[in-house]
Design a protein around this ligand. Structure first.
Ligand SMILES: [Fe+2]
Ligand SMILES: [Fe+2]
Ligand SMILES: [Fe+2]
Length: 415
């Protein structure tokens, strides 16, 4: 078992950025493409390594304040009613993670016209924010159905027309400078852009320790859970219940912490599910449930592409598997489902039953335990873990509620 856990920051940031654009095919790798453009322009502007790194990470997450695929699509189509909202939310969300803190102000200002700044373009934050403004705009202007070298000159002149008040002429000059090379344009639209960045982008040597990983997992949890008022506190509950059950079961302190991370990340794949399904106030149709079923698959794919966190990945992504093999999406059986995955499955159902849903009120202890017992008898869930939960129900419920209250407070501060 683990002595410690470290993972690579670039891997993590690319994988999460990619995941955040999964909601709609039109948005595919939108933030990764913008980050590539911002990075190239930042280099041309001779930004020092640290501000360049901050600009790159800010670009990878610049639309994170738009919580649903619909909101992201409206921004992409230039149809958003209010550009301020996602900038402010994005800033607040990034401020919750110390290593992302320097990126927060860049995201806050990525739609700010250069004439609205009091400082000159040479000021670092003005320059970073203006470069991101351009990168985001250029990415939106690209016609994804047309070969890039048949449109790049037109793209430069469209962006140049914004120099009167939106994007500073010096930043447009940076685009003209890097845009003279075909490889810049071919890279933006290359299907291999992700792996190109993985091997050459800033911060590829930066490792993330367990303490930082826990904070990042809470940040990701908020991005997912805050999408719907019915799930605001869900993963906070699951992670607390899971790590507590793990400790009671006799797992090590480190394993309980990893369980906390897995609980925070278990529903990460819901990033790809539309709100119309997440918030439906009646039973899902077969078609809708088929869409919903991809969420644990997406959790698995996103986390396993990060690397270095295989145990967390399995614990998080197997939470809808069942001991008898009737779960989804891998149909694993008891032989393949370790104690961590079994604990998350019980913690997930325990938390979900106690929560209000669009179609029902949260359940009391007796009703929740009777459903869990039934699932244990059917060999869906591990009966030993259910017994342990039953014996410590009040204590687990109290701690879970406390963590959920905290999550609710964070939500109210950010949204
Ligand atoms: Fe934006
Ligand atoms: Fe789930
Ligand atoms: Fe869940």
């Amino acid at each position: 078992m683990y002595q410690n856990v470290t993972t690579n920051l670039l891997n993590l940031a690319l994988s999460l950025s990619d995941a955040l654009d999964l909601g709609n095919a039109k948005l595919f790798q939108r933030q990764i493409r913008s980050a590539f453009v911002a990075w190239q322009l930042g280099r041309a502007a001779c930004l020092a390594p640290e501000p360049l790194r901050d600009l790159f990470i800010a670009a990878l997450f610049h639309e994170l304040g738009a919580v649903s695929p619909d909101e992201k699509l409206a921004l992409y189509m230039g149809q958003a009613q209010n550009l301020e909202v996602h900038c402010v939310r994005g800033e607040r969300l990034l401020q919750t993670v110390p290593i992302f803190e320097p990126c927060a102000s860049i995201v806050r200002n990525h739609h700010r016209s250069w004439r609205d700044w009091s400082g000159p373009i040479e000021n670092q934050l003005v320059l970073q924010s203006q470069i991101l403004f351009l990168a985001d705009t250029l990415e939106r202007f690209i016609n994804r159905d047309q070969y890039i070298l048949h449109q790049h000159e037109e793209l430069i002149s469209r962006v140049s027309s914004l120099s009167d008040n939106k994007i500073h002429p010096l930043v447009i000059d940076l685009l003209k400078y890097v845009g003279r090379r075909e490889d810049f344009w071919l890279d933006i639209t290359s299907p291999r852009l992700y792996s190109l960045l993985l091997h050459s982008a800033p911060c590829r040597g930066t490792e993330v320790e367990l303490g930082q990983l826990i904070i990042i997992s809470e940040f990701v949890r908020n991005l997912i859970d805050f999408r719907s008022k019915f799930t605001v506190t869900h993963s906070a509950g699951v992670s607390t219940a899971a790590s507590m059950i793990a400790s009671l079961f006799g797992l090590t302190e480190l394993e309980a912490e990893l369980m906390n991370v897995a609980g925070n990340l278990h529903d990460l794949g819901k990033v790809a599910i539309p709100n119309s399904i997440l918030e439906k106030n009646s039973k899902l149709t077969d078609e809708e449930f088929a869409v919903m079923r991809q969420h644990t698959y997406v959790t698995y794919m996103v986390l396993s592409s990060i690397g270095g966190i295989q145990q967390i990945t399995e614990w998080a992504a197997y939470h809808h598997e069942r001991l008898d093999g009737s779960g989804y999406p891998f149909h694993l059986t008891s032989k393949k489902l370790g104690i961590g995955s079994r604990i998350i499955s019980v913690a997930d159902i325990f938390t979900a039953l106690a929560e209000d849903r669009p179609y029902r009120q949260g359940m009391n202890k007796n009703d929740a335990m009777s459903i869990l017992n039934d699932q244990g008898k059917k060999r869906f869930l591990d009966i030993n873990i259910i017994e342990l939960l039953k014996a410590n129900y009040d204590q687990i419920h109290a701690l879970t509620s406390e963590a959920q209250e905290k999550a609710m407070n964070t939500y109210l501060q950010i949204y």
